[in-house]
Design a protein around this ligand. Structure first.
Ligand code: SF4
Length: 169
């Protein structure tokens, strides 16, 4: 995790409380170890200062916004890791069982594919879309689907911004 500390404790507290409120409303849980979670929140701020976006505090970003989009927090891998391991890769988000102290998460392996696989996935051809009345958009983070001309400004489920949607159909 980056070690710079450009923030006051109040700023970290504010982002922590906002994530807790917004993500909590969407059914996500922050790590119940508040000090640990706040260290990660601080890492998000450090990366925002360094790269211009809140990339994952536990992964090395490239500094190329398009290349790093999948690891902007919440990353594309959070939900599958929560389902499979009860925590995201960093441990900022945990399952309900972990949040309630009923379970301790195991170590979480890196789910992000290596660069060559990510590149190959981008060039895969999709299905024929010509018969659809509207394009279908998919949120990369939570999988929410919607059929409309443009993706929403924010995902109504996990609250990520429009740029995290891809054309699905
Ligand atoms: S959700 Fe993803 S980006 Fe955010 S802290 Fe967890 S592993 Fe890192």
């Amino acid at each position: 995790m980056p070690s710079d500390n450009p923030l006051s404790a109040e700023q970290v507290d504010r982002l922590y409380e906002r994530l807790k409120r917004e993500q909590g409303a969407a059914g996500y849980h922050l790590n119940p170890d508040e000090g640990f979670a706040k260290d990660l929140v601080q890492g998000l701020f450090v990366n925002e200062k360094r790269y211009g976006y809140q990339s994952c505090p536990c992964r090395l970003a490239s500094g190329d916004a398009a290349d790093d989009r999948d690891i902007v927090c919440p990353c594309d891998y959070r939900d599958p890791d929560l389902s499979e391991y009860d925590a995201c890769y960093c441990g900022l988000y945990v399952s309900e069982k972990v949040a309630k102290g009923e379970k301790v998460p195991a170590p979480i392996p890196e789910r992000r594919p290596p660069p060559d696989e990510r590149e190959a996935a981008k060039s895969q051809r999709g299905p024929d879309r010509s018969a659809l009345a509207y394009p279908v958009w998919r949120c990369h983070v939570c999988g929410y689907l919607c059929a409309r001309d443009e993706p929403p400004e924010r995902c109504p489920i996990c609250k990520v911004t429009k740029d995290r949607f891809e054309r699905f159909l």
